[in-house]
Design a protein around this ligand. Structure first.
Ligand code: MBD
Ligand code: FE
Length: 281
């Protein structure tokens, strides 16, 4: 059988590209002419300034052309944009939020994961590797009232692979939607994810190797927290002491998003408390 270790960049890249094409995000492609003209011109001016400042050569221009072609061939435009651009879009989009911090969505979200009432256990294999992890939390409004919302969760497995993007994993492995109770409380059982290396054998990996960078993201759990009448928060939760909390390739770590896991009271792995406060819509 094909395992996650046979994962190829072009496979996860093309899946992320197809997923974006299918998603409602295409509906937002209607940007007014004035904005397109302003933004395209300013981005190009920044490119011209860099070329002049560093006297970019034809060899470098052709290397860029070759690389941009391979980004598309490998299906890695979602990966490239989410790793190197999305964090600033998220920063600007959420600058007036009063509730909890969020961060980037990244390329591997899948909508409509199976719903479960709290307490929930994310779908996993019988021999899922890693440490058991229990997350207890509450969804609240800005006045401290509990909200009967939901928490969508997705994360990589103990080897750093995402279901539906790497081969050989059950469809909804380590993905699920947990319904909070009427007070906004929820409890989720899962396995602690591993640090994650973005695919190294595609165009993004080529850039990283050519520049002498590294490909790592710290271990993280993705969430979308929502409740009727409130602004959805997209976030990621991180673990203290991860070597890549300080140099995340995707620049998506914020101090407010670092967890404080403790040994679990029942002796099984670790547990932590982390709440979300949502702004009104
Ligand atoms: C990931 O798992 C991720 O979260 C981001 C932002 C980019 C690449 C892979
Ligand atoms: Fe991720």
């Amino acid at each position: 059988t094909i395992s996650e270790f046979d994962a190829k960049a072009a496979e996860s890249g093309n899946k992320a590209t197809e997923r974006f094409k299918e998603s409602g995000k295409r509906a937002a492609l209607d940007v007014p002419k004035e904005r397109v003209s302003l933004l395209a011109r300013e981005v190009l001016e920044a490119v011209y300034a860099t070329i002049r400042k560093h006297k970019v050569t034809y060899a470098e221009y052709n290397a860029l052309k070759d690389w941009l072609i391979s980004v598309g061939e490998d299906g890695e435009w979602p990966l490239f944009l989410d790793v190197w651009v999305e964090h600033v879009v998220e920063e600007v989009a959420t600058e007036n939020r009063k509730g909890s911090k969020g961060t980037i969505e990244g390329p591997y979200y899948v909508p409509n994961s199976p719903e479960q009432p709290t307490p929930a256990r994310l779908p996993r294999r019988d021999d899922e590797p890693g440490t058991e992890l229990t997350w207890k939390g509450q969804i609240r409004d800005l006045d401290g009232n509990g909200l009967a919302g939901k928490v969508e969760i997705w994360h990589a497995d103990g080897a750093g692979f995402y279901s539906q993007y790497a081969p050989g994993l059950p469809e909804w492995n380590l993905r699920g939607t947990v319904l909070a109770d009427e007070n906004g409380n929820f409890e989720v059982h899962t396995m602690r994810p591993a640090p994650y290396q973005i695919p190294t054998d595609g165009a993004c990996g080529k850039l990283i190797a050519a520049a002498g960078w590294h490909a790592w993201r710290p271990a993280h759990i993705h969430v979308k927290v929502s409740a009727p009448g409130h602004e959805l928060i997209t976030a990621q939760l991180y673990f203290p002491g991860d070597a890549h909390n300080e140099d995340d390739i995707a620049s998506a770590v914020k101090p407010e998003l670092i967890l404080d896991p403790k040994p679990a009271a029942d002796g099984k792995g670790e547990e932590m408390v982390y709440d979300f406060v949502l702004d009104p819509e």
